[in-house]
Design a protein around this ligand. Structure first.
Ligand SMILES: Cc1cc2nc3c(=O)[nH]c(=O)nc-3n(C[C@H](O)[C@H](O)[C@H](O)COP(=O)(O)OP(=O)(O)OC[C@H]3O[C@@H](n4cnc5c(N)ncnc54)[C@H](O)[C@@H]3O)c2cc1C
Length: 404
């Protein structure tokens, strides 16, 4: 099949790729813009396997892109959902400290939230925690009223509909396996059956974003290390234990939030996710192994450096994944009445977490530009929340750098 030559091709129809395609077409209505997606549906990977939270931005280091994009992105996203009648629920979030050392971290979190300009944050006493969430327990809490829930697959479908209405081509079943230059200006993206030509690329390939950059001969010294996040659903009887979102105080060394309770927009409640090393970038079962993915991880020095620094955490996360009572114990620190029979229907998502050659887990988003490409090389949580702000940032970059 032959295709027209594109001005910009976006690789990946997750929420970041779709938000970006939409924003680019609005900014450059005359340009030919397309999205290539390897699956036969949109939002299949991270976007379709997440917790569905529109984060407030309390967690992220002041001045970071995560803080900036989460704050602006959450507002843009909520306004978009309202304008399209997409169901959201501003149920708010409770973050709970259970001992003195966690209270210290909770106080730091409050300072962070205030520096980031999060509105309405409030400390809660033990009794106030129980007024809000009668089954939760903790010595001190933070209530964050702006945290909201949504279904990101639904949002992505709306972004995709906008794209199609605006004239963006979304081409599914198109896995890019190589990228070649024919002259200094044209890039050819090859799939098994077709070749797509374009002047510029925006790489939003999530779990494969490092590989797409590498296909263009670019190596920024970071590799995607996949971290699976496993959830249980709470049985219908146990839903009464959780009214909204109940989180522990996160370990500031990691970009993961600790196992928590999440009310979903369909009324179900989930418990999780943990964060375990995955032996497959798209492995949704505990037993998924992909030899190529595993080999790539193992030959990356940064992985071994990261592993050496975090052996204890890695082992305890693996144990929590393998032994259900350990998972349950983490949950019972927040809601003691939960029992094993309440945890049903295990499922998982895989996070695309970039790690550098020194073994540092990148805490912030990481976007790189060249004269004809933008690469989103680290966009784990809260990138779904931030998707419209990331898209606007990419539009700005394209205006500065690309020739269309
Ligand atoms: C367990 C879990 C919970 C999370 N919870 C939240 C949350 O509550 N709130 C929040 O804001 N964020 C959350 N996140 C993070 C959020 O889901 C991601 O940051 C976001 O979905 C990233 O979107 P993306 O478009 O970059 O990636 P993806 O959704 O992974 O999309 C990338 C796309 O690229 C395609 N692709 C890959 N390689 C190729 C190729 N070679 N050729 C063509 N196409 C390709 C893939 O098929 C995929 O569709 C969570 C993530 C996980 C895993």
């Amino acid at each position: 099949m032959s295709f027209k030559e594109f001005d910009i091709l976006i690789v990946g129809a997750g929420i970041v790729g779709l938000a970006t395609a939409r924003a680019l077409k609005i900014a450059f209505p005359k340009s030919e813009i397309g999205v290539l997606e390897k699956e036969n549906e949109i939002a299949y990977h991270q976007t379709g396997h997440n917790s569905g939270v529109i984060h407030s931005g309390i967690y992220y280091a002041p001045g970071s892109q995560k803080a900036e994009f989460c704050l602006t992105g959450s507002k843009l996203l909520k306004d978009y959902c309202v304008s399209k009648n997409i169901e959201i629920d501003a149920c708010g979030k409770l973050i709970i400290a259970t001992d003195a050392s966690e209270e210290k971290s909770l106080n730091n979190l409050m300072e962070r939230g205030k520096s980031n300009g999060i509105k309405g944050l409030q400390f809660l006493s033990k009794n106030q925690i129980q007024d809000l969430e009668p089954y939760a327990t903790g010595s001190k809490g933070i209530y964050c009223p702006t945290t909201t829930i949504v279904d990101y697959k639904v949002v992505s479908q709306y972004f995709a509909n906008d794209c199609v209405d605006l004239g963006v081509s979304i081409i599914k079943n198109s896995e890019i396996h190589s990228i070649v230059y024919s002259d200094n200006k044209t890039l050819h993206l090859e799939t098994l059956k077709d070749t797509f030509s374009t002047k510029n690329i925006v790489n939003c390939a999530g779990l494969n974003s490092d590989r797409i950059a590498k296909m263009m001969g670019l190596d920024y010294g970071v590799k995607i290390i996949p971290f699976r996040g496993e959830y249980f659903e709470l049985s219908e009887n146990a839903r009464k234990f959780v009214k909204g979102l109940i989180y522990p105080v996160p370990d500031p060394r990691f970009p993961f939030l600790g196992v928590h309770f999440t009310k979903r927009i369909d009324g179900s409640v989930e418990a999780g996710p943990n964060a375990v090393l995955s032996f497959s970038r798209e492995g949704y079962s505990r037993f998924s192994i992909d030899l190529i993915d595993t080999f790539e991880t193992m030959k990356f020095l940064g992985f071994w450096k990261m592993a050496r620094k975090n052996v204890r955490t890695a082992v305890s996360e693996q144990m929590r994944s393998l032994i259900k009572p350990i998972f349950l114990n983490s949950l019972r620190k927040l809601v003691p009445e939960i029992s094993s029979k309440d945890l049903i229907n295990r499922r998982a998502g895989v996070r695309a977490q970039a790690v550098d050659g020194n073994g540092k887990i990148l805490q912030d988003f990481y976007l790189i530009k060249t004269k004809n490409s933008v690469h989103v090389l680290n966009a784990p949580s809260p990138a779904a929340t931030s998707s419209m702000a990331i898209a606007n940032h990419i539009v700005k970059t394209v205006k500065e750098s690309f020739v269309l």
